[in-house]
Design a protein around this ligand. Structure first.
Ligand code: KIV
Ligand code: ZN
Length: 515
């Protein structure tokens, strides 16, 4: 059995299924590039049949990623598999991940199918996927609540049909570590052709056990773990990539496999990128990537760490990318250096105009802030990441008046559909006043679900990164804005979200669809 633990990241697919975590195509490409820099083995880029936008995103990731395998999800339906095959056509290395539910409750209530029909459909799906690629993964959805005998039967059949990876999902996060590890152990023992496939696990965190269940499976022979950055994912999320990877790396004495191929110093920058794009902030006490994960508050701890860091530290902060804020560019950096660093970060400019626009904003920032880090650059482009044709609103000017004892006031000038228009409003604070003035012009009919501000780097000259989450007719989008002035950053984030919400899109959810 291989001693390499395959890391399958599903931030762009299951992670995006968290309500409000939607990402644009270009944002997905940037996250995929960050995962590639980390040397993640497989990147699940999306569910191509969900919508034309999802198809485009999977295709764009497949075209930009060279070193990792790019995977597309498909229900066990011909139309899904064909769409995934098409989206992955240009991938250097592509995988189709097909699934069908196998638990009694899912088969009876969701699929309304008999187990034999489910088995037949699974085999047919794997064979069809093999027409597009040799790299096919099969998942019996809700395996954690499926009958072991049926799992053995269906898994044996899909291996014969050509599935090279068998992914065992605990879809509803119901399992506990000993039981889940035991399931993997018994499947490997009982399925006669088990040695022809890699066993994978995909655990949800409803009971807070996703990482523990995944690691128990690894001890019992799983050699692929499906996980997400920051544990993003449906409901309580998926197993978090950073926790899985660092557990296996730190406890080499326990785990019979390794993650030595990964560049773990990319973990923190990638975590920040995902948090910035999705607006899902990382809690300070989150393992590995939380702001306090390596902070030693108490005097006793500090004293211990100063004498010998191993007294209280089991990992080194720099090994996961803390304090990796590298100053990359400054006031005197030219257009070429700017473009080159962004290309390295996975940002492609659709036109010279877009590049010029971003460069002008970079120069503006460099005038206010001497040291520009990768994180600053990522924030700069996150906000301007819109196709020119989808930019209906642009913030041209903002003036706010805020003083003690007075009602704050804002005047906003927007370009809307090519025309310049201005409005002003009072508000309970300068941000509220700015949003009200924007709404007077846009009249969007949206509801504000989230407003959050985070500093991108440290120091009072840091940029504030703002996320604004808007909802309209069930559709949720995130807008981002960054600036050293947080009121301007907020107005930009609001305008950015408005531009996203007016693009019509309907999407299918993979696990509530029509199999
Ligand atoms: O949780 C789950 O079962 C899934 C499958 C599609 C693998 O996400
Ligand atoms: Zn899932």
């Amino acid at each position: 059995m291989s001693d390499r633990l395959v890391i399958f990241d599903t931030t762009l697919r299951d992670g995006e299924q968290s309500p409000g975590a939607s990402m644009t195509r270009d944002e997905k490409v940037r996250i995929a590039k960050a995962l590639e820099r980390m040397h993640v083995d497989i990147i699940e880029a999306g569910f191509p049949i969900a919508s034309p936008g999802d198809f485009d995103a999977v295709q764009a990731v497949a075209r930009s990623i060279k070193d990792s395998t790019v995977c597309g999800l498909a229900r066990a339906l011909d139309k899904d598999i064909d769409r995934a095959g098409e989206a992955l056509k240009d991938a250097n290395s592509g995988r189709i991940h097909t699934f069908i539910a196998t638990s009694p409750i899912h088969m009876q209530m969701k699929l309304r199918m008999e187990p034999d029909q489910v088995l037949e459909q699974a085999v047919r799906a794997v064979k069809r996927a093999r027409q597009y690629t040799d790299n096919v993964e099969f998942s019996p959805e809700d395996a954690g609540r499926s009958e072991a005998d049926f799992l053995c039967r269906i898994l044996e059949a899909v291996i014969d049909a050509g599935a090279g990876t068998l992914n065992i999902p605990d879809t509803v996060g119901y399992n506990v570590p000993e039981q889940f590890g035991g399931l993997i152990h018994s499947l490997r023992e009982r399925i006669p052709n088990a040695d022809k496939a890699v066993f994978s696990v995909h655990c949800h965190n409803d009971l807070g056990l996703a990482v523990a269940n995944s690691l128990s499976a690894v001890v019992n022979g799983a050699r692929q773990v499906e996980c997400t950055i920051n544990g993003l994912g449906e409901r309580a999320g998926n197993a978090s990539l950073e926790e899985i990877v660092m557990a296996v790396k730190t406890r080499k004495d326990i785990f019979p496999c390794n993650v030595d191929h990964l560049d773990t110093t990319e973990i923190v920058p990638t975590s920040r990128l995902v948090a910035g794009i999705t607006g899902f902030a990382v809690q300070p006490n989150k393992a590995i990537v939380g702001a306090n994960a390596f902070a030693h508050e108490s005097g006793i701890h500090q004293d211990g760490v100063l004498k010998s860091r191993e007294t209280y530290e089991i990992m080194r902060a720099e090994d996961v990318g803390w304090s990796a804020n590298r100053m990359v560019l400054g006031k005197h950096s030219g257009r070429n250096a700017f473009r080159t660093r962004l290309v390295e970060l996975g940002v492609e400019f659709a036109s010279e105009e877009e590049l010029n626009d971003a460069f002008a904003r970079f120069k503006e920032l460099a005038d206010k802030k001497h040291e520009i880090y990768d994180e600053d650059l990522q924030a700069l482009v996150t906000e301007s990441n819109l196709d020119a044709e989808n930019e209906n609103f642009r913030l041209l000017a903002l003036r706010v008046c805020s003083e003690t004892g007075e009602t704050p006031h804002a005047t906003v000038t927007l370009r809307m559909d090519g025309e310049e228009q201005a409005a002003d409003s009072a508000g309970s604070g300068p941000v509220d006043a700015a949003f009200r003035a924007i709404e007077q012009l846009a009249d969007s009919g949206t509801e504000l679900l989230l407003y959050s501000v985070n500093n991108i780097t440290s120091g009072t000259d840091a940029q504030g990164e703002v996320t604004v989450r808007l909802e309209k007719g069930g559709r949720i989008v995130n807008g981002q804005g960054a600036d050293t002035d947080i009121v301007i950053a907020s107005a930009r984030a609001y305008v950015n979200a408005l531009n996203k919400i007016i693009v019509p899109e309907s999407r299918e959810h993979p696990q509530t669809g029509d199999v």
